[in-house]
Design a protein around this ligand. Structure first.
Ligand code: NDP
Length: 434
């Protein structure tokens, strides 16, 4: 703990995985050898750097950039870049640690990493965002490569930012290395269905959980927190599956539309105009509510899909959801439920899909983007989505079977942690003490 002092989110993520591992060590004591567990918790490399940039008024700003290259036993480091004022080394480390096991669960040859900066893109012009991305990539480019480290998007980093970063990388290296970043635009090497993949994938995962109880999304009342990339495409897929989404949010508040959220309008507000969700209530008028500062989990629902950020769903929120009859929870965000919330859901026998399994569809489709880039190919939307659906079904089944094998049927947290750990541990042992 002293080695990672103050990194509370990192401690939380490590503790959660380790709580599942007692069962593995009991069956396979050899995994406790070679300081394997200690090695798995220590990132292979952490890079922290200065990011100077100039705003539209000519004022210079200094941000801090990070890339944590956590584990490359299974393949090149792979994981998103986050731009948010809350970013610090502990948050990037927790995300990189989770990413390592998530990527292992996809069954694809990708290691784990994560990066970002404490830059707040909100209210910044396109030109400011571009200058920031160029400065960030000027340093980061030294550490990347299609066989070394392949970043993607995350909070605050979408298609626009990936485009600016790819442009700067290409300029600095004088190489069209399409596979160095994923989440690229379709005009320059991106994959169809990557934008949709995390939200769609989480919805597929929850659908598989519901099927184990003979249920489906049809007619279910759903609440999706956030209104960014993951949230929007979660809503889209829930609606396609016959569910009704009644609420979504941003960091200022949440909206409730009992008739069901109007997907086209919320997409227009968030993706095109880059405005707040309060604008939705203003435009829709009567019948729609905007609640600033409250908890979106007070809205009764059958299915909850937290898709904003870490620790957004507390023990108290979980108790409210259970009291209101929630059946299933699928984590679109990374570690959105606190440990107390997870305990409440599990005690109440709510179907609970942890982020490292349920939101793995994004990175899996990023790996499909790398495949297409390596083959100089471009697949159709249908072909890519079909691969995504199969991958999510496999991840669900792997978690369910592993939980069963280790004596905890229905415990997807344990299934995901153990299955991810075993795959990484096997590869690390084969590679020797490095
Ligand atoms: P976006 O930036 O597109 O959207 C983030 C959403 O969450 C926004 O609505 C934002 O509101 C809200 N939010 C962010 N930070 C906070 C906060 N501190 N408090 C309350 N609300 C907040 O990001 P994504 O949709 O890409 O990511 C959402 C989550 O999903 C993250 O946990 C990410 O790590 C995870 N994830 C993303 C993947 C992807 O493919 N994009 C893949 C796997 C996981 P506001 O606009 O007010 O900031």
């Amino acid at each position: 703990i002293h080695r990672n002092a103050g990194e509370v989110e990192f401690h939380q993520a490590v503790r959660e995985v380790f709580e599942s591992l007692g069962h593995v060590i009991a069956k396979r004591p050899d995994y406790a050898d070679e300081a394997l567990i200690e090695r798995i918790c220590e990132p292979e490399r952490q890079i922290i750097f200065r990011v100077p940039w100039t705003d539209d008024k000519g004022q210079v700003h200094i941000n801090r950039g990070f890339r944590v290259q956590f584990n490359s036993a299974l393949g090149p480091y792979k994981g998103g870049i986050r731009f948010h004022p809350s970013v610090n080394v502990g948050i990037i480390k927790f995300l990189g640690f989770e990413q390592t096991f998530k990527n292992a669960l996809t069954g694809m040859p990708i290691g784990g990493g994560k990066g970002g900066a404490d830059f707040n893109p909100r209210g910044r012009s396109d030109a400011e965002v571009m200058r920031f991305c160029q400065s960030f990539m000027t340093e980061l480019s030294r550490h990347l490569g299609e066989h070394t480290d392949v970043p993607a998007g995350d909070i605050g980093v979408g298609g626009r930012e990936i485009g600016y970063m790819f442009g700067q990388y290409k300029r600095l290296t004088n190489r069209y290395e399409a596979g160095v970043l994923t989440g690229k635009g379709l005009s320059y090497g991106g994959s169809r269905a990557r934008t949709e993949a995390t939200g769609y994938g989480n919805t597929y995962f929850v659908q598989s959980m519901l099927e184990t109880k003979g249920m489906s999304f049809d007619g279910k009342r759903c609440v999706v927190s956030g209104s960014g990339n993951v949230a929007l495409y979660t809503m889209e897929k829930i609606m396609a599956f016959g569910g009704k989404v009644v609420a979504c949010s941003d960091s200022n508040g949440y909206i409730v539309d009992e008739k069901g959220i109007d997907l086209e309008l919320i997409k227009e507000i968030k993706e095109v105009r880059r405005e707040r969700v309060s604008e939705y209530a203003r435009l829709k008028g009567a019948g729609t509510q905007y609640i600033p500062d409250g908890s979106i989990w007070d809205v009764p629902c059958d299915v909850a899909m937290p898709s904003a950020t870490q620790n957004e769903l507390t023990g108290k929120d979980a108790q409210t959801l259970v009291k209101n009859g929630v059946i299933a929870v699928g984590e679109g965000a990374n570690m959105p439920s606190t440990p107390e919330a997870i305990r409440v859901f599990q005690d109440a026998k709510v179907l609970f899909g942890p982020g490292k399994a349920a939101n793995a569809g994004g990175v899996a489709t990023s790996a499909l983007e790398m495949q297409q880039n390596a083959a100089r190919d471009s697949w159709t939307f249908e072909q890519t989505e079909a691969r995504l659906a199969t991958i999510m079904r496999n991840i669900h089944d792997t978690c369910a079977e592993t939980a069963e094998e280790f004596g905890a049927p229905g415990n997807y947290v344990m299934g995901a942690n153990i299955a991810g750990f075993v795959r990484v541990a096997e590869a690390m042992r084969a590679l020797g003490v490095i």
